[in-house]
Design a protein around this ligand. Structure first.
Ligand code: PEP
Length: 263
């Protein structure tokens, strides 16, 4: 059975103290509901400063909750003042590293070349990259978006081998749906994700597009989460604002567990 993914990036939110409270609640919920959450992959990406605090809680409880980072450098060490090394994240125990989020691309000028180097560095360090891709505007014709996505996806994956795909999560996050009032329409989402799977099948063969983990992010909230999780070609949700409230995130984990049973 394919796992369903429920993840959140906190962006630049939550102090170490707040992280402690939040992660403790999720860990407790997952311990009490072990059977319910057993086929889910639940992950949280706090700020760099709070990753260690989060990991100390998950490790001491032997929790299935995975902790990761929101970015990293493409080099393990060296003269890169202010950057964070993927090797150091691995050493802490991080499981995931988000790469190429729309805000990194737009505000911090990350190019597809940088994204591709980072994806490769995360894999080399035995963590899983969450590669974010998404078109900037909602086009009148979805084909225009698909053409853009093709380039962004293949450029992001340009340094990886076929075997690495199973260790990559692709987060389809249309930029126009991030921080918006509503998620992308379900039909639109279905078409875009189908396109990505076909593209991977053509490029890498072996039916790998169908096996690829692809999740959706962009204004997922308590109202939209269930329908998005239920979409047959989608493997999960990647949540921003709505998951800052721990009770909402727990509700989404419960929804994913219910959907998982019927999927
Ligand atoms: C995001 O920034 O990736 C995101 C999904 O945020 P939100 O859920 O707040 O739109």
């Amino acid at each position: 059975m394919k796992k369903l993914y429920v993840g959140t990036s906190w962006k630049m939110n939550k102090t170490v103290t707040e992280t402690h409270e939040y992660i403790s609640k999720i860990v407790e919920f997952m311990q009490k509901n072990r059977e319910t959450v057993k086929d889910l992959d639940v992950f949280i990406l706090p700020t760099f400063l709070a990753i260690d605090a989060a990991l100390q809680i998950t490790k001491s409880a032997n929790s299935k909750l995975k902790i990761g980072a929101q970015d990293c450098c493409w080099e393990d060490s060296g003269p890169f003042t202010g950057e964070v090394s993927p090797m150091h994240l691995k050493d802490l125990g991080a499981a995931y590293v988000e790469i190429g989020h729309a805000e990194r691309r737009e505000i911090f000028m990350e190019t597809d070349e940088m994204v591709s180097k980072k994806v490769s560095a995360v894999i080399k360090n035995n963590m899983k990259p969450i590669l974010c891709i998404g078109e900037e505007e909602k086009p009148a014709q979805i084909n225009i978006a698909l053409h853009f996505l093709e380039h962004q996806l293949l450029d992001g994956l340009s340094r990886i081998n076929n075997d690495d795909l199973k260790n990559i999560v692709i987060a389809y996050e249309p930029v126009w749906a991030i921080g918006a009032t509503a998620s992308a329409p379900l039909d639109y989402l279905r078409e875009a994700i189908d396109f990505l799977r076909d593209l991977l099948n053509k490029k890498f063969g072996n039916n790998c597009g169908n096996d690829q983990v692809i999740i959706y992010g962009g204004s997922v909230n308590l109202e939209s989460a269930r329908d998005i999780l239920t979409l047959p070609n989608n493997d999960g949700i990647f949540v921003g604002r709505s998951a800052l409230n721990v009770e909402y995130f727990i509700s989404m984990i419960k929804m994913a567990a219910e959907v998982q049973k019927i999927k």
